[in-house]
Structures are given as C-alpha cells and as structure tokens.
Design a protein around this ligand. Structure first.
Ligand code: PHE
Length: 342
C-alpha cells in the first residue's frame, strides 16, 4: 500500500536524478526505472485496485499528473543531451587539422623478385605453371630418374608425410616438369615458381621452407646452346648486363649433361668478398639437358624430342639482389625489414 505523499516523493527523487544525468545511457536507465514495464509507475498503478474506494480517483489523477510532468522533463533532457553532444562533436572535428597518414603495405621481397622473373620469362614466351606443394615420391623423385636406392637422394633432405614415404613436401620445383610433360603438347616452354621444403635447420643461408623457380623448354631442336642463351639472357636481365656468367659441369639425376651456373659477384664485382666466399662468383642456377629417362617416365616417347631444364632458389636471388645477409629476415614479419622493398 502507499500514500498520496509517496507520489510526491517519487517525483522529487526523479527530478533530482534526471537533473544530474549527463548522457543518453543514463537517461535511458532513468526512463526504465520510472516508466519501464516493471518500473515505479507501473508498480504504483498496479496497487490502485487494492486502495480504498474513495481514494482511487485521486490517486489515479495524481499518478497521471506526475507521469506527465516527468515525461516533459524527459523529453527536454533528451533534446538537451542531443544538442550538447553535437556541439562538442563539432569542436572535436577540426577539419583544418591534417588527417592521420594511411599506412601502405609493401610487397614482400620474394614476391618482388618472383614477379621480375615471371616478367623476364613471359617476354621470352614462357608460360607460368604451378604444382602442388605436397607431392608423391613418383613426381618428386622416381619420375626424375631418382629411384629409392639412388645415392643422389641424399642431395635432398626430405620431409615425408606418411610412414610408407609415399607423400612428401616437394624438395624442389622439378616435379612440375613431369606434370607439365604429362599434360602439355610439345614444343613447350614454361616456368614454375613456388615453395619448396627441406629438412634444413634455420641459419643465415638455410630455411626449411624456401622458394624456387623451375624452367623447362622442350621441342624438336632444343640444344645446350639454347640453354646457354636463355639462361645468360635471364641472368643479365635480372642482375644487369655488366655481369659475367659462368657455366661449370655438374650433376643432377634428371639432366645430362648438367651444369651449375654462376654470375660474377655483384657485391665485389668479382674481386672477392665474404658473400662470394672470396671466389668472385655466386652460384645461382642448376640446369641441364632433360634426361631421356625423365621423358620416358612422363610418357614422352618421341626420340627426336629434346629439352633443357633449370632450377634456382628465389630467396638466394633476392638476398643477392637486395644485399640481405640472412634468409631468416624473409620469415620474420618484421615491418622495419619488409618496408624497405618496393
Ligand atoms: N631441382 C634442382 C635442385 O633443386 C635444380 C635443377 C632443376 C637442376 C632443373 C637441373 C634442372 O637442386
């Protein structure tokens, strides 16, 4: 039960409270407290039926009057809050102050070098291919004339993915050669760029994940001279036409003959420095004429078809081009490092 005076107290409190309110959230709480479904006025009204008969109309009109008064106050307060916030916002937006600078991202040096390589080979009419990073033993080794018992397997420390050693992370991009030979008609010329994996511990020049570019050119009259011309042109386009290019005999199971290709050191101009281990040369490419066994395994059985292939580490090329002394920078996600390349 309540008395008529209680309504006056309610109104007095409500007025005190609303005058102290400073924002919309508080005002909404106030509204709910007094006018909500379970608010004070709802409670007062619900008690009227139990009051003494003669008091009912008086109480009813008193409540209505109080509600009207407070509703007016509420509307006024609402308008006041809206006008003061927009006024203070107008102060906060000084349109003459220069805006905050937008941070632009930059391309990763590996991406930059990959794009340069792609551009050079596209200019020579090479197509761009990709292959899976998870490979089978067949594509990564067997079809590349490197069967399970082949001693050359030691050249690639492999991450195997299953106990039977059927699936692995590709140790080089050479399996793309086989995939392309299986599906494309000869003559063809392609490059493939992508991630490669070896069980190497991280150090300044090794990373368990790195990047390679593979190249393959196959036709009816492809000779070692073509290999030499294409790769010399490629390296000069990439590193500048003043560099020297050197071909030395090498060995890969999937090419015969094979070559390792170096450029004169771009740091010391061939005079000898730490980067070239005082040899004056930087080894960049492995290459050679496609081994007949590779053609056979890929289902290319025309004896008159020949071709050359090559592979190079993109991380190493980027390190040489941008004079980066540690391969780990590429994987550090350090903005201070990454921002330097455009
Ligand atoms: N796949 C070789 C490697 O990773 C490089 C290579 C590619 C050599 C193609 C010859 C021909 O070491």
């Amino acid at each position: 039960m309540f008395e008529i005076n209680d309504i006056d107290t309610v109104v007095k409190n409500a007025i005190e409270e609303i005058s102290a309110i400073k924002d919309d959230d508080e005002l909404e709480k106030w509204r709910i407290k007094y006018f909500g479904r379970k608010g004070i006025f709802a409670a007062l009204t619900s008690k009227i039926p139990q009051m003494e008969q003669s008091l009912k109309p008086i109480l009813g009109s008193k409540i209505n009057l109080a509600k009207k008064q407070l509703t007016t106050l509420y509307e006024e307060k609402k308008k006041l809050l809206a006008s003061t916030t927009s006024a203070s916002q107008a102060d906060a937006f000084n349109l003459t102050i220069p805006g905050l600078p937008t941070e632009y991202g930059t391309l990763h040096p590996i991406t930059l070098v990959s794009r340069q390589i792609v551009r050079i080979f596209q200019g020579l009419g090479f197509g761009i291919h990709t292959g899976p990073e998870i490979e089978t033993d067949f594509y990564n080794f067997e079809a590349l004339n490197t069967p399970a018992d082949h001693p050359a397997r030691d050249m690639w420390d492999t991450f195997y993915l299953d106990e039977q050693k059927k699936f692995l992370l590709r140790t080089h991009t050479s399996p793309v050669q086989v995939r392309v030979l299986q599906k494309m008609p000869v003559p063809l010329r392609i490059i493939a760029i992508g991630k490669t994996f070896r069980r190497d511990a991280f150090d300044a020049s090794h990373s368990p994940v790195f990047h390679q570019v593979e190249g393959l050119m196959v036709g009816y009259d492809i000779s070692f001279s073509n290999l030499k011309a294409v790769l010399t042109f490629f390296l000069k386009e990439l590193f500048g036409h003043s560099i020297k290019v050197r071909f030395l005999p090498s060995y890969f199971p999937f090419t015969e003959p094979s070559a390792e290709i170096s450029i004169s050191c771009v740091i010391c101009d061939g005079n000898g420095c730490q980067t070239c281990a005082y040899t004056g040369w930087l080894e960049i490419l492995g290459a050679g004429m496609v081994h007949p066994e590779v053609f056979r395994k890929a289902g290319v059985n025309d004896e008159n078809i020949t071709g050359f292939a090559f592979g190079a580490g993109i991380d190493r090329i980027a390190m040489i081009k941008y004079k980066i002394d540690d391969i780990r920078h590429f994987f550090s996600n350090d903005m201070r490092f990454l921002k330097q390349f455009r």
